[in-house]
Design a protein around this ligand. Structure first.
Ligand code: FAD
Length: 344
């Protein structure tokens, strides 16, 4: 209640014009600002240009993070706000989230965008809830209503059979997330100039403590970066089905992925799930094996250049959406394909 009163007294919700600029909150990984966050600079630029406002990157990280601001500027941010603190060395959603809330209370951005990664998906609702504003998750596009200057957060609800245009007319900031690869990475323009603003914020103690970190060996390319994907579904029938897919994928220089049913069955790890609640992929070739082609799955392969379906059912929805289809049992087709490829 105290928090709510504090926010309502600071937050003139009926005066959205007091709020300015489009923020992109940077998620940090071992390489720096994650590619998924940098991709969010693309819609941010478009929204900011339509509103006549600036694109602002926000980096909350350990000491030394300010050097990461340069890439955000060179990829389109006009300004980057940086908070550096020892307590931001480990990622805790409540700690980073509190910093973003503090900065929002001070600067009043009109829009905040997060990449819909695992971290973005927990931080964006934390920030939205604390600021008592709305959030639209997994947007596929953004626009601006020229009359009201509301940002329209566009996403396909109800199994992607329509597009919803969502706005929060009386609340600011408007908060949205978009999945990795929905927007392209903006070109880097070396030497592009922007303002880097250092802010002093005292992050709170985390509510949880990191006890141990176990690195899962990952020799493979993540599915969102793969050029060839061989994806399996419930039609594989058994986890062993994925061994055959793995062999085909390696001969094609690709990786394996799966439908949610395959993930739910424990045949493939969740980070390899394609679709609405999984990842969006953009391979040159997507081979869907024993996958029916539900709307929730297909929304994740919209950017695939060529889709090949292997299915025993000629009436499966994927057959209508694939570029090429093989109506056959995968247990016959895949070994034959593997044999042919080995001969090449
Ligand atoms: P099924 O629909 O059971 O299809 C299996 C297919 O295999 C069939 O077409 C069958 O003909 C074929 N087949 C069977 N045997 C063989 C064989 N021997 N050889 C070749 N083909 C064979 N799903 C996702 O994938 N990703 C998501 O992110 C996702 N998010 C969701 C979010 C929500 C809110 C909801 C409600 C659902 C979501 N789903 C998602 C689930 C989705 O609706 C489907 O249930 C799921 O995609 C079906 O998975 P599947 O195609 O593997 O299985």
């Amino acid at each position: 209640r105290v928090e709510c009163e504090k926010i309502c007294s600071l937050w003139p919700c009926e005066q959205p014009e007091e709020f300015r600029n489009v923020w992109v909150v940077a998620e940090l990984d071992e390489q720096g600002v994650s590619e998924a966050s940098l991709q969010m600079l693309t819609p941010a630029r478009r929204i900011a240009d339509k509103l006549g406002e600036s694109v602002v990157g926000v980096i909350a990280g350990p000491p030394g993070s300010s050097q990461l601001a340069v890439e955000m500027v060179e990829r389109g941010a006009d300004e980057v706000i940086v908070v550096e603190h020892e307590r931001l060395s480990e990622y805790y959603p409540d700690v980073v989230g509190s910093v973003i809330v503090e900065l929002s209370l001070k600067y009043k951005p009109s829009v905040i965008l997060f990449a819909a990664t695992a971290r973005g998906r927990e931080m964006a609702p934390y920030v939205a809830n604390t600021l008592k504003t709305g959030i639209t998750a997994d947007c596929t596009d953004f626009d601006v209503d020229p009359k009201t200057r509301d940002v329209l957060l566009i996403r396909p609800p109800f199994s992607a059979i329509m597009l919803a245009y969502i706005r929060t007319p009386f609340r600011r900031p408007q908060i949205g997330t978009a999945r990795p690869n929905v927007f392209p990475l903006p070109e880097r323009q070396p030497g592009r100039q922007g303002r880097i603003v250092r802010e002093e914020v005292e992050p709170p103690e985390p509510m949880a403590r990191l006890v141990n970190r176990v690195r899962i060996p990952r020799s493979e390319v993540p599915i969102e970066k793969a050029e060839v994907i061989v994806s399996g579904g419930r039609g594989l029938g058994t986890p062993e089905g994925f061994r055959v897919l793995e062999e085909l994928a390696s001969l094609l220089g690709g990786v394996i992925a799966g439908s949610r049913k395959a993930v739910d069955a424990g045949w493939i790890p969740p980070e390899r799930q394609v679709g609405q609640t999984g990842k969006s992929v953009k391979p040159i070739l997507y081979i869907a094996v024993g996958i029916s082609g539900s709307a929730q799955h297909m929304v994740g392969v919209r950017e695939a250049r060529r889709i090949v379906a292997i299915n025993i059912d000629e009436n499966a929805p994927i057959i209508r959406q694939a570029d090429y289809s093989l109506i056959a049992d995968y247990r016959e087709v895949i070994p034959a394909l593997i044999e042919e490829l080995r001969r090449l």
